[in-house]
Ligand binder design. Structure first.
Ligand SMILES: C[S@@+](CC[C@H](N)C(=O)[O-])C[C@H]1O[C@@H](n2cnc3c(N)ncnc32)[C@H](O)[C@@H]1O
Length: 269
């Protein structure tokens, strides 16, 4: 449990656009409940509103967007499936995908993505696992979890195929340290972790808001042990090249790609 103690939930409020309506206010109240925040009437700038309500961040509900912002740092976060479409294209033209390679994911597989974030990896997995597969994502941070659940249900990508993949992913707001022990033995083919890198990959600017908002705890030996019990085939962990985590967890099978500075550690039950 120690891993979960270091995450500090920022104080959040929920508001609407300046030109609000009874319906938007109803949605703001609903969102406030979902993320454990207070709904407040829009008044002046978001920075002013946060100051007034002693909040770190504010989720703004408008007719066409849901955006979480922390005015003091400039952080802006919203749901977007990220690089999933490019990665699916790479698979389609035969270039493959290192995460899928590490997982050895196949059509019909079940994947438990313990750190679903905004579900980019989960979308690529849903493509490979196909309609008979099952992708379940867990996310601990309420605002990330709820924006991802909402985004997966409502986001319309310019590609109909990607939109359909989004609809197939299930996400539960949960801490994997609590969720894994409640899973039956061998209940997923693969269990996956993509914890926040302690030293970020510089190129990865689009990941910055998610990284800042995320729980930054690393994977512990206890979580790996639970994941190995739940996985039928493998547990896969994504890390930055040169991570000390493989030694810490006793993982010896590692797929590296120096060019992308990413490594996948693979443990088998
Ligand atoms: C690097 S991001 C994952 C990005 C994700 N793979 C994607 O494709 O969008 C790590 C995510 O795991 C979440 N997380 C960290 N610890 C967690 C835990 N104990 N249980 C559930 N989610 C956790 C973080 O809040 C963050 O959203």
């Amino acid at each position: 449990m120690a891993a979960s103690l270091c995450y500090m939930n920022p104080t959040m409020i929920v508001t609407t656009s300046h030109r609000s309506s009874a319906e938007l206010w109803r949605q703001a109240e609903e969102w406030a409940q979902r993320i454990g925040a207070r709904a407040v009437r829009r008044q002046g700038s978001l920075a002013h509103l946060c100051e007034l309500h002693e909040a770190d961040g504010v989720l703004t509900i408008t007719n066409d967007r849901l955006v979480y912002r922390e005015p003091a740092s400039g952080l802006e976060y919203f749901f977007h499936p990220g690089m999933a479409k490019v990665r699916i294209h790479n698979i389609e033209v035969g270039r493959g995908d290192p995460m899928i390679g590490a997982m050895q994911l196949r059509p019909g597989d079940g994947l438990l993505d313990c750190t679903v974030g905004r579900a980019s990896d989960a979308v690529v997995a849903a493509y490979v696992a196909g309609p008979q597969g099952h992708i379940l994502g867990l996310e601990k941070v309420p605002v990330i979890a709820q924006l991802t659940i909402h985004g997966l249900a409502t986001y319309e990508d310019s590609s109909r195929k990607v939109t359909q993949l989004l609809r197939r992913i299930e996400v539960v707001q949960a801490d994997y340290n609590d969720y894994l022990p409640a899973c039956a033995d061998d209940s997923f083919d693969t269990v996956y972790f993509d914890p926040v890198f302690h030293e970020p990959v510089e190129k990865s600017e689009p990941m910055k808001p998610l990284r800042e908002l995320a729980d930054k705890a690393t994977v512990t030996a206890g979580a790996l042990q639970q994941a190995l019990r739940v996985a039928r085939r493998s547990v896969v962990i994504k890390q930055r090249y040169g991570t000390p985590l493989w030694d810490q967890l006793g993982i010896t099978q590692v797929l590296s790609s120096r060019s992308s500075r990413i490594e996948y550690g693979i443990a088998e039950p």
